[in-house]
Design a protein around this ligand. Structure first.
Ligand code: SF4
Ligand code: SF4
Length: 368
């Protein structure tokens, strides 16, 4: 359908956006389905190896750069977002003194698995759209299809992409989960002018770059190989010493670049923004010593309906060992160090786990 532009187009946009609101999404906008405006930047990022071992990003690259490759005849993309956290500061006041130490989980993974939550409502939204526009075709994304969701969200006016490469809403923050419905429905306006105008929500700010413990961020680019969100969740091998040392107590993801962002600081407006009950925190920290004793059955039982399932058992043990090592560097504990030595020598442990345990002990031996 071509809406013919003007008032008719706007009426259809309003109708589609009302369906998204009806499906419970906090935010929605419509992007046109043209190819990426940043193709050269994305190609250079991949060519430089900054995607680490996320081979699917390289394999799907050309498809990812053009949403029309995922839905023949796509004309527009309905972009939606849920807020998964408010602007309040993290951590209990006794976090620095608690013992035995615990490991911290990134906020997006503390409640129900967003994939399940978002996809369920995206499917319902697509069904409503099919019923209303029976001659059109619709296909949902949300990590199911290779699309550049941050660029599309910015194009749709959901927010702006910050120097840390995450979509943020000025004054409201960046704790947003994104989803998309590709549509043959031809109702998007050309958002090229908006893309230019929204390119930089940061001005002279460099807080995220300065705060990133692993120096992963350069303006509008993150080297995944140095980012804790990648090393702790996507990367399956051992982790280099400098990254491990800088990982602190994070055991699944990292929120530092978002926590320091001025747009995520509490304000009268941001404190009033609602968060869906399903994203309320169920698990923000985990017992590091307990993780070292987990079996695969324990891991599965712990993470029913949780995004924490994404990391495999050896990755959880590797991450727990690194966080323990970082805690032990500040406060030695012979009993915990003996436990790590047992793991380093245990032939039943995964190679990555044994090797990480040995690395932790080696670094501890060097520390004062
Ligand atoms: S998530 Fe953490 S490690 Fe990754 S870029 Fe942000 S601050 Fe750096
Ligand atoms: S911390 Fe500053 S530079 Fe980084 S995304 Fe937020 S506003 Fe931009």
């Amino acid at each position: 359908m071509n809406a013919g532009g003007g008032a008719a187009n706007r009426a259809l946009q309003d109708e589609v956006l009302a369906l998204a609101a009806n499906a419970g999404f906090a935010l929605a906008g419509i992007a046109d389905a043209r190819p990426s405006d940043h193709a050269e930047h994305v190609r250079a990022w991949i060519a430089d190896g900054r995607h680490g071992s996320m081979d699917w990003l390289a394999n799907d690259l050309e498809i990812r750069l053009d949403p029309r490759r995922m839905l023949r005849g796509a004309r527009s993309v309905l972009c939606v977002a849920d807020r998964y956290a408010g602007p309040r500061p993290d951590r209990r006041s006794d976090a620095a003194t608690e013992w035995p130490p615990r490991g911290r989980v990134a906020r997006y993974a503390r409640g129900d698995d967003y994939h399940i939550v978002l996809r369920k409502r995206l499917r319902r939204l697509a069904a409503m759209l099919r019923e209303r526009f029976p001659d059109e075709r619709f296909r949902i994304a949300c990590d199911l299809l290779p699309v550049l969701e941050r660029e599309l969200a910015a194009r749709a006016g959901i927010g702006k992409v910050g120097k840390h490469t995450i979509v943020l809403r000025p004054g409201e923050g960046s704790y947003l989960l994104l989803g998309e419905v590709l549509m043959t429905l031809d109702i998007a306006e050309d958002s090229r002018a908006r893309a230019k105008e929204t390119l930089d929500p940061c001005g002279t700010c460099t807080r995220c770059i300065d705060a990133c413990p692993t120096n992963a961020i350069s303006p509008f680019s993150v080297d995944a190989r140095r980012c804790i969100a990648y090393t702790s969740i996507e990367h399956r091998g051992t982790i280099p010493d400098d990254i491990a040392d800088a990982t602190g107590d994070w055991i699944f993801g990292c929120d530092i670049c978002q926590e320091v962002c001025p747009h995520n600081q509490p304000s009268r407006r941001s404190k009033r923004l609602p968060v869906l009950e399903v994203y309320r925190e169920r698990r923000s920290e985990l017992d590091l010593l307990a993780i070292l004793g987990w079996t695969e059955a324990d891991r599965q039982a712990m993470f029913v309906k949780s995004a924490l399932r994404r990391a495999f058992l050896p990755m959880w043990k590797r991450n727990a060992l690194i966080a323990l090592g970082n805690a032990l560097a500040a406060r030695r504990d012979p009993a915990i160090e003996r436990r790590i030595a047992e793991i380093a020598a245990d032939p039943n442990e995964d190679d990555v786990v044994r090797s990480t345990a040995a690395d932790v002990l080696r670094r501890l031996a060097r520390s004062p």
